[in-house]
Design a protein around this ligand. Sequence first.
Ligand code: NDP
Ligand code: OXD
Length: 313
Amino acid sequence: MEKGRILLAVTGFHPQRWRDLLSAEREVVLEPDGAKDPSITYAVVWKHKPNLMSSLPNLRAIFSIGAGVDHIFADPGLPDVPIVKVVADNLTQYMTEYVVWRVLDHHRQGLLYRSQQLKKTWHEPLQRPAGDISVGIMGLGSLGRAAASVLLSLGFAVNGWSRGERPMKGVATYSGEAGLIPFLNATDIMVVLLPLTPDTQGIINYSVLKELRKRNGLGGSVLINAGRGRLQKDADILRALDDGTLKEASLDVFEVEPLPKTSPLWGHAKVFVTPHAAATSDPVHLAPTMLRQMDAFERGEKLDNLVDRKAGY
Ligand code: NDP
Ligand code: OXD
């Protein structure tokens, strides 16, 4: 099979860096509008323009630059070819760092100490062992499992929720709709690492937050969302923070990104905001893997990390 060209359609994520690395081995075409170019056989995309790929006659596969693929399914003219998502050690490591950082910061009262420092207040709140706190991971996939194992090693109790049953040593696992309420009722700090699909959109709403465990050493439940913004209802999170349903939140993702300057989440004393930066896709690691996968596919081998089109992730 001939080495096909790559269509690169990347919004944000420094397209030039991707182009330089991918073009080391293949010709790269940058987003031609309404392309019908028969020499393009792969698309490497992040938030591409709708219908961009629908007229490519010889497209063989689409590579997402991120682990999440909701940006691809948003295209009404999505061609019926395999979609490959990112599963990579360095991305997993970044996400594990983010999750552990935010869990420890809430557990060790980081937000309280920062506000005390601003007021020059010398006060030591009670300390509790990690083992008194249950961290519940919504989405026990490649990112969720990696974070779970480090949290376990730090002594936290860990719960996990997934679509199918995903047993994991040391983790209390729950699955499907029937498992959701028991999972929430056993969780103090909820870490969201779900993909955005029609089933998960808006799942982080007030009634779900209400079910989190309240009587714990933390003095309230905590939400950490590093999955996708449209999993959550920003207004419900604000309501839950303001009426004490939630003690604190760390949010990396938002219904609208960038988070509008008018959002009350920016200045909220109980909220820690990061700009969708929990785990970034590094082209230095990922572009060579994509090129290797393209070569292997052309030799007749299978593509790794394929998206299940029916499930949407
Ligand atoms: P995976 O596909 O490996 O895991 C997804 C997990 O979510 C699986 O455990 C899956 O269940 C579960 N899940 C999916 N749908 C449902 C549902 N309806 N009910 C219950 N559980 C469900 O994904 P990754 O771990 O690689 O990534 C997760 C998400 O993290 C990405 O989709 C992306 O949105 C986000 N992300 C965010 C980043 C950031 O910087 N903020 C960076 C990278 C990723 P099952 O195991 O049964 O399939
Ligand atoms: C991803 C992301 O999906 O960075 O990888 O959000």
